[in-house]
Design a protein around this ligand. Sequence first.
Ligand code: NAD
Length: 268
Amino acid sequence: MDLFSLENKVCIVTGAASGMGKQIAIGFAEYGAHVVLVDINDFGSEETSLIIKDIGTKSTVINCNVSKSDEIQKLFTELDSLFGRIDVLVNVAGEGYGGRPEEIDLSVLKETIDNLVIGRFKMCQEAGTRMIRNGEGSIINFGSIGGWSSLGRGHTPYGMSMAAVIQMTRELSTEWASRGVRVNAILPAQVWNENLRERISKQRELEETFKDGIPIGRLGEPEEVKGLAIFLASSASTFVTGAIIPMDGGNLAMNAGGSYPGSSRIYG
Ligand SMILES: NC(=O)c1ccc[n+]([C@@H]2O[C@H](COP(=O)([O-])OP(=O)(O)OC[C@H]3O[C@@H](n4cnc5c(N)ncnc54)[C@H](O)[C@@H]3O)[C@@H](O)[C@H]2O)c1
């Protein structure tokens, strides 16, 4: 238990109102952290905060749109006055926008890059500066299997951005390793969330298509990310940095080419 303890640590989790961010925030609280719940969905963040209260630890809810650098700046100014230190940052919040690559408006690409690349970078920069000052810290960036290999189903801006998140993680881990800051990435495959449920309810065969690419034979559950996140945040992983870790039921280990249904089946 001690090896994984997050007692007295200040941990920021973005996207804490739902899905994997919510589960990570709960997991961190279970291991003793004070969790800063960052999201644009205040109602969801308050729900997460109530669960954490029941666990017996503390959390702080802050509304911040991670696509906006000025809001991130404000967030860290507030955190400086509240805590004066940041021990862990988990960059979870993020959206995927898409469409046929030959038709995508450049504004969609820019919006995705603002959200996933610039947003994550600015969060890393602000948290990293404070961690370097303290001589320690752990950053976990959420990427995607779609940033490693292509999905081929209208996710080009998302895939391009997640690939940038992976390379950013390698760069920052190398730059900051000697100054006590570790930076790692988690790459999920399809994990149930509200959007995915809605998409699959409209296009039932999609679930089978996804499962064809996942050797474990099912989609992931959001709470399955808890253990990995606690490991990366805690002293259990002090020699782990620059690691790009799939959480994908085996997707990246196999040649998932057999699961590619062809653009015509995706776009109709
Ligand atoms: N679920 C999957 O299948 C899957 C697969 C690969 C990668 N990912 C990535 O993992 C992360 C989490 O996915 P999830 O399934 O938990 O998502 P989710 O939709 O359940 O939760 C995302 C949370 O982020 C918040 N959010 C969105 N945009 C924001 C913004 N600009 N500023 C602040 N908060 C914002 C939302 O309000 C929501 O609470 C995302 O970055 C996603 O791209 C997910």
